[in-house]
Design a protein. Sequence first.
Length: 112
Amino acid sequence: MHASKKVLLVLMLGAASGPPIAPALAGDAAAARAKVRTLCQNCHGENGVAVLPGAANLSGQQKEYLRLQLRAYRSGSRHNDQMSIIAKTLTDADIEDLSEWYSAIKVTVEMP
Ligand code: HEC
């Protein structure tokens, strides 16, 4: 393959119809969607594609990574003026739901 080689990477972390990792996914997804709409989408988008230039894209990110970052903002070990305030309002269940929401969004990536 040459420089034009393209790699297509598909992240599929089963949303609503995925494998039964989380039995209560439907309820959690509804709770997460409501939280995303009120707390996150103005900067990160409901679909996890950032709408604020300084915010991160979250869709398709590792669930464990999202969980760790949200906990870090909440504990103060990671600081950002906006995220630190928002994270302090989140319960453990919120962090779980939100991490599940953004990690379950399917993204495709194509190398340049
Ligand atoms: C006012 C805008 C704003 C809102 C609202 C907001 N964020 Fe953020 N978020 C940011 C910014 C800016 C960053 C980058 C912060 C930094 O540099 O540490 C960020 C970073 C993050 C990160 C770390 C990303 C990474 O790649 O390390 C996560 C996870 C995250 N936000 C989740 C959320 C969730 C979940 C919500 C809703 C509960 C939310 N954010 C609401 C602005 C926002």
